[in-house]
Design a binder for this molecule. Structure first.
Ligand SMILES: [Zn+2]
Ligand SMILES: [Zn+2]
Ligand SMILES: [Zn+2]
Length: 327
């Protein structure tokens, strides 16, 4: 039946249509248009979203100049390119080339956090144990979907060449916008329901490692910490602090590292610097055991304190006095 060189009709996916198809599928799996998605749905949602990111960025590079899709531009060969016989560049490199060579209008940082986090999530799903809840994954994917929809609207659709391509792309984007709205509405609704619990705690609310939202309240209570949005359990405040810096006390000590910084209020060793809900862009020193915040940490006694000696920045009044007395 099959004859060499004849492409089956239903397998013709130009880069743009292909990328948008992944995007439609991703947002469809993630949005829960037909009720809350199952874990298996969000798994495919994440994999297809990662595929959409890679394909759409490269589709735009291809529109500008096919050689930009290659890892080694100098090695470009049109015949190999058409056969798909080459190594294509990474997402980070694609974003650098889009910024520097194509000079797209969307401002997307090549080190964009949400894309890095999506990559990590994809790896967790593919290779390691996957413990995030459905809601956590949904919340994580919103910034990526937001970024991709903006990129396609601003920098891709206006450059779609053939009329037929533009029409089918516009139709695909209609589907994406509808499902994306369902997803954001769902998360907004959940966040709104938490408003009461989060109010007045902005100074002591950290971002969840799983869903990325500022929904981990460090209230200094006796119970363990958990994310109010996605339900991720963190254990004690100290466990949470270690997990948020991506380590554990056990690993740190085994590797010859040290404990976390000590808290000047409760005495526990659970102080790290992290962004908080009231200052999402700037890290603050906070004790995850009791929720106290501090001006700084003394590098001599490793205690968090508000008594940092002005102009020295990293030494507390006590340590300064001791050193001063010696001379
Ligand atoms: Zn969470
Ligand atoms: Zn404390
Ligand atoms: Zn000190």
């Amino acid at each position: 039946m099959s004859s060499v060189g004849r492409q089956p009709k239903d397998f013709h996916f130009p880069a743009l249509t292909n990328g948008l198809d992944f995007l439609v599928s991703a947002v469809d799996f993630l949005s829960g248009d037909n009720g809350q998605p199952e874990p298996r749905d969000v798994k495919y949602g994440v994999l297809h979203l990662q595929a959409a990111v890679e394909t759409l960025l490269k589709a735009r590079l291809e529109m500008h100049d096919p050689e930009l899709v290659w890892t080694k531009i100098a090695a470009f060969d049109m015949r190999k390119h058409e056969a798909g016989d080459f190594n294509s560049c990474s997402v980070k490199v694609a974003l650098e080339r889009l910024r520097d060579t194509v000079q797209i209008a969307s401002a997307i940082d090549p080190e964009e956090d949400s894309l890095t986090e999506l990559g990590k999530l994809r790896n967790r799903i593919m290779h390691f144990g996957w413990k995030d809840t459905v809601v956590a994954v949904q919340a994580r994917t919103i910034p990526v979907l937001d970024l991709l929809v903006g990129f396609v609207n601003t920098d891709v659709l206006p450059h779609a060449e053939e009329a037929t391509e533009a029409v089918s792309a516009e139709r695909q984007m209609e589907q994406v916008r509808t499902s994306f709205k369902h997803l954001t509405d769902f998360i907004t609704h959940r966040m709104r329901a938490l408003r009461g619990e989060l109010a007045d705690y902005e100074h002591a609310t950290a971002a969840c490692r799983s869903c990325g939202q500022f929904t981990v309240v460090i209230d200094g209570g006796a119970h363990d910490l958990a994310c109010l949005l996605c339900g991720k359990q963190y254990g004690t405040g100290k466990d949470a602090a270690w997990e948020l810096i991506g380590s554990s006390e056990h690993v740190s000590i085994k590797d010859g590292g040290s404990a976390l910084n000590g808290c000047g209020s409760c005495g526990d060793y659970a102080v790290i610097s992290a962004p908080l809900a009231n200052s999402p862009e700037v890290d603050a020193w906070i004790c995850f055991a009791c929720g106290s915040t501090f001006e700084g940490v003394c590098t001599f006694c490793e205690q968090a304190t508000d008594d940092i000696v002005p102009t020295y920045e990293d030494i507390c009044g006590n340590c300064f006095q001791i050193r001063f007395d010696k001379f």
